[in-house]
Ligand binder design. Structure first.
Ligand code: MN
Ligand code: MN
Length: 453
C-alpha cells in the first residue's frame, strides 16, 4: 500500500503550522521531564483553556452540563480532561489516552554512599533501558522530597545554566577489553571534595551539608522522596533540515501532548463527551495507584456520571462500554541501520503520519489488544475524510520482540479501543527522535477522532 510523505502535502503556511506546533511541544517537553511535571504542565494548559478542577466541583456538590470543561489530577502523576457533550454520557465518550512516565533512573530510598573518596547516589532503573546508554552523559535530578511534616521540596538540579551536572561514569576504552556493557552499577557521581576535618566518609558528609543548606533535607528524607535522574538539557530540532526533534521522553509525551491539546483546543459543545487521559506507570506495566491498571480512571468517570446526575452504577458501565478510544503510544520507527528487526511493509516510517496498530503484543499476539475490524474501518474513514496522513504498523517483525500499551486495560470495559501513535527512532534511549510531520498529523488525527469517530 502506497503512503506519501506528509511534507509533500504542506504548502508554506502548512509548514509554518507544523513548526509552530512542534515549538509548543518542545516547550512542553522542557517543562515536563517527569510524570509529575507533565501533569503540572497539563493542568496549566487546561486552566488556560477554561477547564475547572473536578475535585473542587465534587467537594461543592456542583452539577455539570453540556459544554462544561473539567480536569482531574490524580496523585499529581496522572491527569484527565473532559469536555461534556450534549449526548447522554451513557452513550459513551471519545477518549484519547497516552502515558506521561518515561524510562529513567530512580534514586533509591537509601542512596547516598561514599566509595574511595567519591560520593554517589545509588539508583534503580525504571522501564526498559539499555544501561550502557545512560553512562557518560550529563544527567539532571528531578523530583520531590516530602518531609515528615508534609512539606514538599521540589528539585530540578542540572537544567539551569550554571547548575552542576550529575553523571554515571564509564570505563575508558583502553581498559575495557573485558567489559561487555556496564550493567552492574548505575551510581550517580555527586561529589569528590571532603568536608573539612577529615573524618570517615568526609565526602558524603560534605554532600549532606549541601543538601541541608540548599534544600533543607536530611539523609532520612530520601526515604519519602521521588527523585528521577533524566538526561539534562532541552528538546531541540534535529537534522540540518530541522524536520525532526531530538529529546528525552518522546515516549510517550509525543502522544500525550497532542492528545491533551486536541481536547483543550476543542471549542463549543461536542455531541459525545470528550476525554484525554494521561496515565503514569505505563513503562512498568501500568501498576500502582496512578497507573492505568488502578481504578483511578473508572472512579473519575463514576464521579463525572454523578456530577451529571447519573448516580447508578449501570450508567458508569454503559459510559465506559460505549466509549471509543485511541490508545496512543509510540511505535518503533523503521531504522535502515537496523533493518533486520523490521518487516518493511508493516513498519512505522518517519513522516508517513500518525500510525495505527490494530494489534500489539509479541509472538502469537500474546498480550495484544486487537481492535475490531469494524472500529478500524470507522477510524480509517474518519482519518481519510479529515485529510490526515496515517499509516499502519506492527512493533518490529514477528518474533523479533514486541510490546504492549494501556489499550488492553481500557478494553477490559468492552469499549472499542485501538493503539495508535507516533514513530520514534532510538526509542527508550536517553535522546529519542521523532518527525515533526508525524506529531502534527497525530494532532490532526486526534482532533478528527474527537469530532467524528
Ligand atoms: Mn510508551
Ligand atoms: Mn515505552
Amino acid at each position: 500500500m502506497y503512503r506519501e510523505n506528509a511534507w509533500k502535502h504542506y504548502d508554506e503556511a502548512g509548514k509554518a503550522q507544523v513548526n509552530a506546533f512542534a515549538d509548543g511541544y518542545k516547550a512542553f517537553l522542557d517543562g515536563a521531564k517527569t510524570e509529575r511535571e507533565a501533569a503540572a504542565r497539563a493542568e496549566e494548559i487546561c486552566r488556560a483553556a477554561g477547564f475547572a478542577d473536578m475535585d473542587a466541583l465534587i467537594a461543592s456538590g456542583a452539577a455539570l452540563k453540556p459544554g462544561d470543561r473539567v480536569y482531574r489530577k490524580w496523585m499529581n502523576k496522572s491527569f484527565m480532561a473532559f469536555v461534556i457533550g450534549s449526548d447522554d454520557i451513557e452513550k459513551g465518550m471519545r477518549i484519547l489516552g497516552a502515558h506521561i512516565d518515561s524510562p529513567r533512573l530512580d534514586v533509591k530510598q537509601n542512596p547516598l554512599f561514599e566509595d574511595d573518596g567519591l560520593a554517589y547516589l545509588d539508583t534503580h532503573y525504571y522501564g526498559g533501558i539499555k544501561k550502557y546508554q545512560w553512562t557518560a552523559l550529563p544527567l539532571a535530578l528531578h523530583g520531590v522530597i516530602v518531609k515528615k511534616d508534609g512539606t514538599t521540596v521540589e528539585a530540578a538540579i542540572g537544567e539551569a545554566p550554571g547548575d552542576p551536572a550529575l553523571c554515571i561514569t564509564d570505563l575508558l576504552p583502553h581498559l575495557a577489553q573485558d567489559q561487555m556493557a556496564k550493567t552492574e552499577a548505575l551510581n550517580l557521581l555527586v561529589g569528590s571534595a571532603p568536608k573539612a576535618g577529615g573524618e570517615k566518609d568526609a565526602v558524603k558528609a560534605a554532600v549532606l551539608e549541601i543538601l541541608r543548606r540548599d534544600y533543607g533535607v536530611e539523609e532520612e528524607d530520601f526515604i519519602s522522596a521521588e527523585l528521577e535522574a533524566v538526561p539534562a538539557g532541552c528538546a531541540r530540532d534535529a537534522g540540518l533540515d530541522r524536520s525532526m526533534i531530538l529529546a528525552y521522553g518522546h515516549d510517550d509525551r509525543v502522544c500525550a501532548y497532542p492528545s491533551l491539546r486536541a481536547v483543550a483546543d476543542f471549542r463549543g459543545t461536542p455531541d459525545a463527551t470528550l476525554c484525554a487521559v494521561l496515565a503514569d506507570k505505563e513503562e512498568i506495566g501500568s501498576m500502582g495507584a496512578s497507573g492505568m491498571n488502578s481504578h483511578f480512571f473508572e472512579n473519575t468517570v463514576a464521579e463525572l456520571c454523578a456530577l451529571l446526575g447519573r448516580e447508578k452504577e449501570i450508567s458508569v458501565r454503559r459510559a465506559l462500554q460505549n466509549s471509543r478510544m485511541l490508545s496512543s503510544d509510540v511505535s518503533a520507527g523503521y531504522d535502515p541501520g537496523y533493518a533486520g528487526v523490521f518487516e518493511k511493509n508493516n513498519a512505522a516510517m518517519l513522516n508517513l503520519g500518525v500510525c495505527f496498530n490494530k494489534y500489539t503484543g509479541s509472538r502469537g499476539k500474546s498480550g495484544s489488544s486487537d481492535a475490531n475490524a469494524e472500529f478500524m474501518a470507522r477510524v480509517r474513514a474518519v482519518m481519510d475524510d479529515a485529510g490526515v496522513c496515517w499509516q499502519t504498523a506492527e512493533l518490529g517483525k514477528v518474533d523479533a520482540g514486541g510490546g504492549g500499551t494501556i489499550a488492553w486495560l481500557c478494553a477490559k470495559y468492552a469499549m472499542n479501543v485501538i493503539d495508535c501513535g507516533v514513530a520514534v527512532l532510538s526509542m527508550h534511549a536517553p535522546w529519542e527522535i521523532i518527525a515533526k510531520a508525524d506529531l502534527w498529523e497525530a494532532y490532526k488525527g486526534y482532533r478528527a477522532f474527537l469530532e467524528k469517530a
